[in-house]
Ligand binder design. Structure first.
Ligand code: NA7
Length: 451
């Protein structure tokens, strides 16, 4: 969506649009944010990319991801809270793209099956299946831009005895909502964003206990009673998990929050990015240009603090390369640049360093393009403050509000504290409930009379 919008923005300024085709496997756009009950397997029997679940609210402040040329104010027409639910974020990215009339470039329900590069003609052949008709087709392209994301293919470790566990074992990618975890003892393996959010969802929906199991280091938050962190599981025997510190405990459900793999099943190995999930994957010049073939680009291949606005910065830069507005340096200079960024990346000590690193990375990209520069340092401060608010109160950090660097607008307080809000619909989010029972309880008032 960022790439289409980037091209359209250039067209509005008089550039000739290249011939563009965007293949999208699903029936609608929005990627990770496009959620229906079919998440998991779609109506064509295809696996769905998105790892979305019910009741997912942004876990980072929206002031950190806001587009510089389509603000939340412009979309919603009034201040909204800093941590919108999934549907509100989908609405925002959909609204921007709809405004720019780029949907016509998208072939929905088209799954890219294989991409080949011909060294003689220097063109890609892209083989695609139209899922609605079952017909295969192929097209020739000078450039391919991979925008499939990298939080789809689960990393699934194995622990001895797993096959004897009588309850449900799933990966976070398969998690669709925590309602069924009420009154259950839940084990989450992993110590990052998925574990933190799914564990919190389970607690919110009434899990009896939530236990996190970490490999390298605990998340270290001040968890409420009923939630705790333990070191790694060694093995399972039936419903009992044995931890490396000698603890034994029985569980009803296990969720593997063990991250994702870069995996591009439609690309030959010489074009497919291989990397752990980090903020500077190797072999990408300026984080987007495939070193081995400069006609291939990746958007959003980094682990992310900034998200939507980083994808924009990348898309605007890729667009200018394709339009010939920018020239790529020699292979040697590309390598020197990658090495310099990698050296800095390897020296990062903590998350604050990573945030500054990503801000500088985006600044470097925006400086190459006409994407509106924004106050990246203040956004970096917002992310650092976000980290501190989580340390202070992991369950309630979503009730904090921030100020947009794009518009100066202070976010509104959501009408209901996040821990008490169990309706994530856009309708409820944008409503102004009066005499709301939940809010009354939260603010210590007598509950309103039943309506
Ligand atoms: P992340 O952030 O990549 O984290 C993966 C977690 O899984 C991390 O804590 C890993 O521990 C842990 N992990 C991986 N393999 C294992 C094994 N074998 N055993 C135990 N623990 C393991 O993925 P998330 O799904 O949490 O978040 C995905 C993205 O969403 C995230 O990057 C943000 O951009 C938003 P480690 O610390 O490596 O020891």
């Amino acid at each position: 969506m960022a790439q289409l919008r980037a091209f359209e923005s250039a067209a509005k300024k008089g550039h000739e649009m290249p011939e563009i085709v965007c293949y999208e496997k699903q029936d609608d756009w929005g990627g990770q944010w496009n959620f229906t009950w079919r998440n998991g397997t779609d109506k064509y029997g295809e696996p769905v990319h998105s790892s979305m679940y019910r009741n997912l609210w942004s876990n980072g402040p929206k002031e950190g991801l806001e587009f510089a040329e389509y603000t939340f104010d412009e979309h919603f027409g009034r201040p909204i809270s800093s941590y919108p639910p999934r549907e509100a974020l989908w609405d925002y990215i959909d609204g921007r793209a709809r405004k720019s009339d780029v949907k016509k470039y998208v072939k929905f329900a088209h799954a890219v099956r294989w991409v080949d590069f011909d060294e003689t003609s220097k063109t890609f052949t892209v083989n695609v299946e139209n899922l609605r008709t079952g017909e295969t087709e192929s097209g020739k392209f000078d450039h391919v831009i991979v925008g499939t994301g990298h939080f789809t293919f689960p990393n699934v470790p194995e622990f001895d005895g797993m096959e004897t566990f009588p309850g449900q074992i799933i990966h976070a990618h398969e998690f669709r909502g925590a309602e069924s975890l009420a009154d259950k003892d839940v084990l989450l393996i992993g110590a990052s964003y998925s574990a933190e959010d799914i564990g919190t969802q389970a607690y919110k929906m009434g899990a009896r206990t939530v236990t996190f199991s970490y490999r390298s280091a605990p998340m270290g938050y001040e968890w409420p009673e009923g939630m705790e962190e333990q070191p790694l599981v060694e093995k399972f025997d039936g419903s009992t998990a044995y931890f490396i510190n000698g603890l034994q405990r029985t569980f009803d459900a296990v969720i593997l929050c063990t991250g994702y793999q870069h995996h591009y099943p439609f690309l030959p190995s010489n074009l497919a990015l291989k990397s752990p999930n980090n903020v500077y994957p190797a072999n990408l010049y300026r984080g987007v240009v495939w070193e081995g073939n400069n006609q291939l680009f990746y958007l959003g291949a980094q682990d992310q603090w900034f998200t939507f606005n980083m994808f924009d910065a990348q898309a605007w830069y890729v667009r200018d390369l394709i339009l010939g507005e920018r020239e790529l340096p020699s292979r040697e200079e590309q390598r020197t640049s990658i090495d310099a960024w990698l050296e800095r990346f390897h020296a990062l000590k903590d998350s604050d360093d990573q945030i500054d690193f990503q801000a500088d990375y985006i600044r470097d990209l925006i400086e190459q393009t006409d994407y509106p520069m924004f106050d990246l340092d203040t956004v970096a401060e917002i992310f650092k403050r976000w980290g501190r608010t989580k340390k202070e109160d992991i369950l309630n950090y979503r009730d904090v509000t921030y100020t947009s660097v794009m518009t100066g607008t202070k976010a509104a307080q959501h009408h209901t504290p996040w821990m008490l809000e169990i309706d994530d619909s856009l309708e409820r989010y944008l409503s102004t409930p009066e005499g709301d029972e939940v809010r009354d309880i939260w603010e210590g008032r007598e509950a309103a009379q039943p309506r």
